[in-house]
Design a protein around this ligand. Structure first.
Ligand code: GAR
Length: 196
């Protein structure tokens, strides 16, 4: 990815722990000095998302766009695109952004939008990934960073992490184990893309 001003825009819906891990990596691994890259903005579809307050405290620009205030998906995605494009992003990073995206939105950011999904894709696209992995008797679970395409939770896989499923695991204990690895692989995948 060439260019010196590589703005990263991160979309969240909730706690934003992956977003925080990425922002921390940007700081500690000196992405701005080394790679000309910075986290330019964090945008959420929920004003109350805990991650937004954290980002604001870090001095990162934030915005909240309430999807329920829009008539349909297209209208929301158009407004979201306008908000994202104010920052001329080199990379749009979905970090627990729990919205289905319209084809127009996906197309607009084709080749520069990535997502993290809490399963070993192509297994378990969609929701309730940890519960489904436990119910299927999987011995391992994990997370995948992938490029975003118009098909939900598909697209080229950039990084994966594997964790064991332990006897007695619940969806919550497994999710927590996977999440610690998400915080490792997401910054790593982004740094690789920025360095390419
Ligand atoms: C993460 O586990 C992420 O993989 C998942 O939501 C969580 C967000 O946590 N994403 C999806 O399920 C996307 N379909 P965070 O807000 O603490 O980063």
């Amino acid at each position: 990815m060439s260019g010196v001003n590589k703005n990263i825009v991160i979309l969240i819906s909730g706690s934003g722990s992956n977003m925080a891990a990425i922002a921390e990596a940007a700081r500690t691994r000196r992405w701005e000095a080394r790679l000309g890259a910075r986290v330019a903005a964090v945008i959420s579809n929920k004003a109350a998302a805990a991650g937004l307050a954290w980002a604001r405290e870090q001095g990162i620009a934030t915005a909240a766009l309430d999807h329920t205030a829009f008539d349909n998906r297209e209208a929301f995605d158009a407004a979201l695109m306008a908000e994202i494009d104010r920052h001329s992003p080199a990379l749009v990073v979905l970090a627990g952004f729990m919205r289905i995206l319209t084809p127009g939105f996906v197309q607009h950011y084709e080749g520069r939008m990535i997502n993290i999904h809490p399963s070993l894709l192509p297994a378990f696209p969609g929701l309730r990934t940890h519960q489904r992995a436990i119910e299927m008797g999987c011995r391992v679970a994990g997370a995948s960073v992938h490029r975003v395409t118009s098909e939900l939770d598909h697209g080229e896989i950039l990084e994966q992490a594997v964790v064991p499923v332990l006897p007695g695991d619940t969806a919550e204990t497994l999710a927590a184990r996977v999440l610690t690895q998400e915080h490792v692989i997401y910054p790593r995948a982004i740094e690789k893309l920025l360095s390419a």
